[in-house]
Design a protein around this ligand. Structure first.
Ligand code: GTP
Ligand code: MG
Length: 537
């Protein structure tokens, strides 16, 4: 309603001095007003200075390195949880299909093993039927390994007392048959990152350190990583977290920044989706929902399979421990298979989706004194065939977190089963430490999967059987971890082009509470170090 031009301005009336104000009162009022103005100006100045300082703070660039399944992407999720919680939560629902896929993959892996002990399938040569846990290897010393492949692909021996599985097991296995198709459908919807297929072949631990290799000889798969896979789920139309306009804006920004750098295009949070993903979105949506429905209808049978003592004994005889493998959710099968299931924070952290190429995560610190600061985290695919893509990211970074899973001292690389996994980590670490381009980059080592190391040693696996140099030291997790750490430290000291401080942490990055503290320490350390070098400059 328009104000009557004749009536007085209500604001002017409200702040007008009292009509019967004495000269003394007037003086006091003016003093108060002047003081208020000064405080207000000081606050404005403070805000201006803070904004200016924020602008000056450059983006912190962090690169995560390590072999496949070392825990790099899980570490990124911990950064997101700590500093970009809202963004983490916005992605949460899209992880449902990944958790479902992880669940059915565990079941199908168990079924593979069970089928192989049935007399009529005992000689199956199905490569999928290989036990999950590789056999123990012997390593002569930390950097001097002569692997033989005699016990590679050992065939499970059928129980000599006859097949332990009865008719009800067979019926259960048949009823779970539809989960094969569910796995295929989910893998198709989520793309290449959702499969664990790796190119086998020898390959080098660190291709950039091999003579004759030229940095341009690589290709980066930009659409098939974590973000690509989640992007597909989003593209399926059920989950519209961002408007298409926002996506388009981000895509344009990404293209502009790529044009300024010689780096290949990393898949970023901006979900570079293929148009095919949009076209197929509806079909994918239906497949994901149909998969969820089949999973819900199989919940009781999945639970029965996992809790069956005979099945447990068959798995144990075959050396298969799915509960120690990636993306294991069978302890929570009823909750996850239920209709209306939404992943929890913990589910997202534990969900396994391998990284293809290099993925860029922009984390804008949401709260605290550093709100508004930006972290750029590059998460790389760790399989040997994907390491070619790392080198261009070595330029212009503030720090590297290198993840070495120390539970795998007796395991082999999936992509080259002649190579011991701990050995591969040590070779990779050596290559990173000795790379001249990284001479002044802060390296932080996460000796990861300490929880699994503890479990492995508790069930009687002896370190010395795979690492003879371990000698007569007690077979205890703390001592083993300390020993492994000393190997990495020794490499850092001997192979760094210029002396560097050795920073290391014993971690289990699926433990988000403990990792939160580690991540905070690392973040502060990186920032402080950066500040220090800025002062020296
Ligand atoms: N128990 C346990 N599991 C872990 C730990 N760290 C990672 N994982 C699990 O190991 C699996 C692999 O972790 P990722 O973070 O995907 O490994 P990555 O290094 O990114 O692997 P790529 O993308 O293939 O290079 C996931 O299922 C994680 O939940 C850990 O400390 N303890
Ligand atoms: Mg990854």
């Amino acid at each position: 309603m328009a104000r009557d031009v004749e009536s007085p301005d209500p604001l002017a009336v409200a702040i007008a001095p009292p009509p019967n104000e004495t000269p003394n009162e007037r003086w006091q009022r003016e003093q108060r007003e002047a003081q208020a103005r000064r405080i207000s100006e000081q606050i404005d100045e403070q805000i201006r200075a803070e904004r200016q300082a924020l602008k000056k703070r450059k983006t912190m660039k962090l690169l995560l390195l390590g072999q496949s399944e070392s825990g790099k992407s899980t570490t990124v999720k911990n950064f997101q949880l700590a500093y970009a919680y809202d963004a983490f939560m916005a992605e949460r629902a899209a992880w449902r299909a990944v958790v479902h896929l992880n669940l059915v993959r565990s079941i199908n892996g168990i079924l593979d093993v069970l089928y192989r002990v049935l007399p009529e399938h005992g000689s199956s040569s199905d490569p999928n039927a290989r036990p999950y846990t590789p056999g123990p290897d012997s390593i002569a010393g930390p950097l001097d390994v002569d692997m033989d492949d005699e016990d590679e692909d050992r065939e499970p021996t059928p129980d000599p007392s006859g097949c332990p599985l009865n008719e009800s097991h067979r019926a259960l296995m048949l009823r779970l048959g539809p989960l094969r198709k569910v796995q295929r459908d989910l893998e198709r919807c989520l793309g290449a990152a959702s499969t664990e297929e790796v190119h086998s072949g020898s390959g080098s631990a660190a291709p950039w350190n091999v003579g004759g290799w030229r940095p341009r000889e690589f290709a980066v798969t930009t659409r098939s990583g974590w973000k690509g896979a989640l992007g597909r789920v989003r593209a399926a139309g059920r989950l519209s977290f961002e408007s298409s306009v926002r996506r388009q804006e981000r895509r344009t920004e990404g293209a502009a920044s790529d044009a300024q750098t010689s780096r290949p295009r990393a898949t970023s949070d901006s979900y570079h989706q293929s148009s095919a993903a949009h076209d197929d979105g509806e079909a994918d949506d239906l497949s994901i929902e149909a998969a969820a429905e089949v999973i819900a209808s199989c919940a009781d049978d999945m639970q029965a399979l996992w809790s069956d003592p005979t099945v447990k004994s068959v798995l144990s005889k075959q050396g298969m421990r799915p509960e120690e493998g990636p993306g294991f959710f069978l302890y929570d099968v009823r909750r996850i298979a239920s209709r209306g299931y939404q992943p929890t924070e913990d589910d997202v952290v534990r969900a396994r989706l391998r990284t293809m190429g290099v993925q860029e995560h922009r984390i804008m610190v949401e709260k605290g004194t550093e709100a508004g600061c930006e972290w750029l985290i590059y998460d790389v695919g760790g399989a040997r065939s994907l390491r070619h893509a790392w080198y261009p990211y070595f330029d212009d970074i503030n720090a590297i977190i290198f993840l070495a899973p120390i539970n795998c001292f007796d395991e082999r690389l999936a992509e080259d089963r002649r190579v011991n996994r701990l050995q591969d980590s040590l070779q990779l670490w050596k290559a990173v430490c000795s790379t001249k381009l990284l001479a002044n980059v802060q390296l932080i080592l996460f000796l990861n999967k300490c929880d699994l190391l503890r479990k492995k040693l508790a069930r009687g696996v002896r370190v010395v059987d795979s690492v003879p140099s371990y000698g007569t030291k007690p077979n205890e997790p703390e001592i083993a971890a300390r020993y492994f750490r000393s190997q990495f430290k020794d490499i850092s000291q001997r192979h760094s082009p210029v002396p560097r401080v050795f920073y290391s942490f014993l971690t289990s990055v699926v433990d988000t509470k403990a990792t939160r503290i580690t991540v905070a320490t690392v973040r502060e350390g990186i920032q402080r170090n950066n500040l220090k070098s800025a002062v020296f400059l």
